[in-house]
Design a protein around this ligand. Sequence first.
Ligand SMILES: [Zn+2]
Length: 316
Amino acid sequence: MRTQIFEGNSNDTTFPKYVFSLTPIEMLPQYARRTDRFLDVIGKITAILNAAVACNTSGDLMMRRLITLQDEKGNTVDLSLYGQRALEFDADIGQNHHVIAIFVGTVMKIYREDYKFLSGTSACRWYINENDIPAMRTFQRGLPSQVTPIKKLELLSEDYMEQGVEEKTLFDLKQIDPLADKNKRFQCTVTLISTAEKEQWCYRACRVCNSKMVPCDDGYECTKIDGCSCKQYDWKYKVCFIGADDTYSLQFMFFEKKGVELIGKSAETLRKQYDPRSIPPEISQWINHKFTFIVKVLFKQSVKNIEPSFEVVMIK
Ligand SMILES: [Zn+2]
């Protein structure tokens, strides 16, 4: 079964204006990997990520925008709009009322065995707060009168497409100047040979600024240099691998976002099972695997050490 999409046309009364068949958010996971039908969903938008160049599940770079939808029971699903659709979606929607959306023509995808999400490409269309749709009115009535503002999340555009990224050997990378090459991205192909000794794989990250939190008299405090009064933290990844090619070996750091991409779950989840000092098998399983990364220098760490270390900004 395929969703039929009709353009609303007031001169034509033969077709209904809106045609869709809604699948509840909680039923979506069972459609993962199924491509025999398109899915239509209704939900309240709770978060929107800016459109940025990102890697899709096939490893190609394309524009992507992520939107989080929530049903009346609190179940959520992420929707990834790709290509033209990512740019067409207008993120400037009001903050003082609920934003209810129906997306039609999406498919359920699964990423690294764990992360299920809706994918919207050229077949995808949407309706936002259209009160002549009965399903929207019903949904609206089920919501609390108090409005929670939509979270606007910023992803830095991974704009290395335009810059052109140089492929480097690790011997070349070892010799870069951390200051002069601070903002440059490089591509390299490495085999992960171990995790760095004595490094913990996760840290207590300040909820406000992501800086490291350390114990203090009344719990934990943020170590941000110019001050931060936040007392709460989440566990986040800072997985340090040693990577090698046949020219040299260097350190490669995965922070939260890339860690989730590699491992398939958040540091917060993995921390429930493992101590920060012992490397979980979910991490060590990647040792001896060969990857192509886009990296940038970890400036602070690199200026005080003899050899530079790098942050993985993209796993190709
Ligand atoms: Zn902080």
